[in-house]
Write a protein that binds this ligand. Structure first.
Ligand code: XMP
Ligand code: MG
Length: 185
């Protein structure tokens, strides 16, 4: 227990549940990717913890890259525009990419990235997201691998932040409304 736990209204997925789900996802992905020399691309910062766990759960020969994006908007919802603030460091022509994301929400970020990697010559771009929040989708996009489908609530922990905090909670939970001032829509 730390003091951050006091800010959590409820736990959606425990550390154990997350680990079990990632184990199963990794095995499923292994079957699809074992002959594809995939390049796993983690979207910073939210996916950094998921990335570390999913690449170890999926024992394929692969390499890893990191991309950082910022989307304009407020703390708990994004607008349409996406900007790359740190790009990948290699030529991806002909590579099979697997984008590792923390949460698929409106779809803005992953729609943009899919397009971006396709124009850079990737042979394929698949999407692996720990969380999917389909109720908030504004773009037509689905993930190839989904950890959990979540309700329309703002979640933190296991990489996900509120104002850059709570990323190091080992579980995924919902913040108490008083912590983020309630409704920001
Ligand atoms: P879009 O809307 O582009 O959103 O699909 C993707 C990014 O939005 C952030 N996001 C969240 N972050 N709790 C968070 O901590 C949430 O419930 C949440 N919903 C969206 C996240 O950074 C993700 O990469
Ligand atoms: Mg975020």
């Amino acid at each position: 227990m730390g003091t951050m736990d006091q800010d959590i209204l409820k736990v959606l997925y425990t550390e154990k549940q997350i680990a079990a789900r990632i184990e199963a996802m990794g095995m499923e992905m292994y079957e699809d990717l074992k002959d594809k020399n995939p390049l796993f691309v983690s979207v910073l910062r939210g996916a950094f913890i998921f990335m570390a766990d999913i690449v170890r759960a999926c024992q394929v020969r692969c390499d890893v890259e990191f991309i950082a994006v910022s989307s304009y908007g407020n703390a708990t919802s994004s607008s349409g525009a996406v900007k790359i603030t740190h790009d990948i460091q290699q030529d991806i022509t002909g590579r099979n990419l697997v984008v590792i994301e923390d949460i698929l929400d409106s779809g803005n970020t992953l729609c943009f990235l899919k397009q971006y990697f396709a124009t850079k010559g990737a042979a394929s771009v698949s999407i692996c997201t720990l969380l999917d929040k389909p109720s908030r989708r504004t773009k037509v996009i689905t993930a190839d691998y989904i950890g959990f489908t979540v309700p329309d609530e703002f979640v933190v922990g296991y990489g996900l932040d509120y104002c850059q905090k709570y990323r190091n909670l080992p579980y995924i939970g919902v913040l108490k409304p008083e912590v983020y001032g309630g409704n920001d829509e």
